[in-house]
Design a protein. Structure first.
Length: 451
């Protein structure tokens, strides 16, 4: 009924103006009970044609209208999104893809007006600290039709650098050809500053602990005496082992094979070896660093989404290292009490270690699950692993548990110390299951929360 006036007006226009062919849209009730939208275009028939006064052609545009409404809804959502959105053409050869669309958040992030960005390429946002290696890797992956998640430093219109986390994906047509690239970008400068502040605090705490250790070594004569005694305890069994071994060798060369004497010397070698082993164990347990303080807030955080976000940052690194990175997260949020930035530091450290200590062809599994009162995040790898007895000292600053790691792998040894500190501040716990040569599984448990 609401469409009757517009239809009537159109009919009158046709009758009064034979040369015009106006179009009108109106709704009708279909036989199935649903409303359909028709688009009709009509004209007045000549008076000598005995077919009536008006002839019209109508077509059902219901689906087209619904699609237009969906497109408009999506456009409104993108325009009002808090994250920046850029849509470019498909050209990856220099000077690069042309920017065809930006939303308001993107102009606010960069300081450029939309007119300044449109028609240019994303190169206008790059500067001296923008990683060329990451840009080259971006181009390689996009050329293969892959989605890219990464972080780089870009520059605003006024020259201010900012950290941006982007997710860039190809848009393909029905033939499978890339027609555009869409990039969703988030300014993570504040997050990066918090991470740097966390690291600064740990480094400051480490510096103070080192200074305290040095002062204690200078002031504490008893400790000096203890170290001298340890030197003696190490030298004495070593001397015995060497001497008894030489005696056994000389006896065998002279042909004087006395089983009783050989057995006695062997027993003394074993005894001295055990004494030396005990002494070395005591040396390793002498010094343990105290944990520092980090001011981490606690709020409900979607642990599944946080794990997805962190894992995406390591997909390319894992791929370049020849590793398979699998992420298992549910479709629904898993809420935990945590600090978002602190949790990202924890996840990034654990994923970084998994990639670093897993050889080519290995696997990394990242998963999250929930229990009655806790949310558990697990990072499991098939890497070099370690002896389980080394786990208690794993989270001490400057420690790397695996034998020989200090010579083969780079790293300050602070990563897991920061991880343990952050988890403690969030009232969580961290456990390690590992086996030498078979891999490691690290489980972080955080208090469960409601949205």
């Amino acid at each position: 009924p609401d469409d009757h006036p517009s239809v009537q007006d159109t009919l009158e226009t046709i009758v009064m103006n034979p040369d015009r062919r106006p179009t009108v849209e109106f709704r009708i009730r279909h036989a199935d009970g649903d409303w359909r939208i028709l688009e009709s275009r009509g004209r007045r028939l000549p008076e000598d044609v005995d077919l009536g006064t008006v002839i019209a052609v109508s077509r059902d545009i219901t689906e087209r209208r619904r699609l237009e409404e969906r497109v408009q809804l999506l456009a409104n959502a993108v325009e009002r999104a808090q994250t920046g959105v850029i849509i470019t053409g498909p050209n990856l050869t220099p000077p690069g893809p042309e920017i065809q669309y930006v939303n308001e958040a993107m102009t606010a992030m960069t300081g450029y007006d939309a007119d300044e960005l449109l028609g240019n390429t994303p190169r206008m946002l790059q500067g001296p600290d923008t990683s060329r290696e990451k840009l080259d890797r971006l181009k390689r992956r996009l050329s293969k039709g892959k989605t890219v998640v990464d972080e780089v430093i870009n520059y605003k219109k006024d020259g201010t650098p900012y950290h941006v986390r982007w997710r860039i994906a190809p848009i393909v047509n029905e033939e499978g050809d890339t027609t555009h690239f869409v990039s969703v970008q988030e300014d993570v400068t504040t997050e990066k500053k918090r991470e740097q502040e966390l690291e600064r605090r740990v480094n400051e705490r480490t510096r103070k602990l080192r200074a305290a250790r040095d002062e204690a070594e200078r002031a504490d004569r008893l400790k000096s005496a203890l170290l001298a005694n340890m030197s003696h305890e190490i030298r004495t069994p070593l001397t015995s082992i060497i001497g008894f071994a030489q005696s056994i060798g000389e006896t065998m060369e002279d042909g004087d094979r006395d089983p009783e004497m050989t057995a006695r010397f062997a027993g003394l070698i074993e005894k001295s070896g055990r004494r030396l082993l005990d002494t070395l164990g005591a040396v390793l347990n002498l010094s343990k660093l105290e944990a520092g303080e980090m001011d981490l807030a606690r709020e409900p955080v979607d642990a599944a989404q946080e794990l997805d976000d962190a894992a995406e940052l390591f997909e390319m690194e894992a791929e370049d290292a020849g590793l398979t990175l699998t992420v298992e997260t549910p479709d629904t949020p898993l809420w935990a009490w945590a600090d978002p930035d602190g949790l990202q530091v924890v996840l990034k450290n654990l994923l970084s270690n998994a990639v670093k200590f897993t050889d080519e062809g290995g696997e990394i599994d990242a998963r999250v699950r929930t229990g009655d009162d806790a949310v558990t995040i697990e990072i499991e790898d098939s890497g070099i692993g370690m002896h389980p007895e080394n786990v208690p000292g794993l989270f001490q600053a400057f420690k790397q548990a695996s034998e020989g790691v200090g010579r083969e792998y780079e790293g300050t040894g602070l990563g897991l110390a920061v991880t343990k500190e952050a988890v403690d501040q969030m009232n969580g716990s961290i456990d390690v299951e590992t086996e030498k040569g078979r891999g490691t599984c690290v489980a972080v448990r955080l208090p469960r929360a409601t949205e």
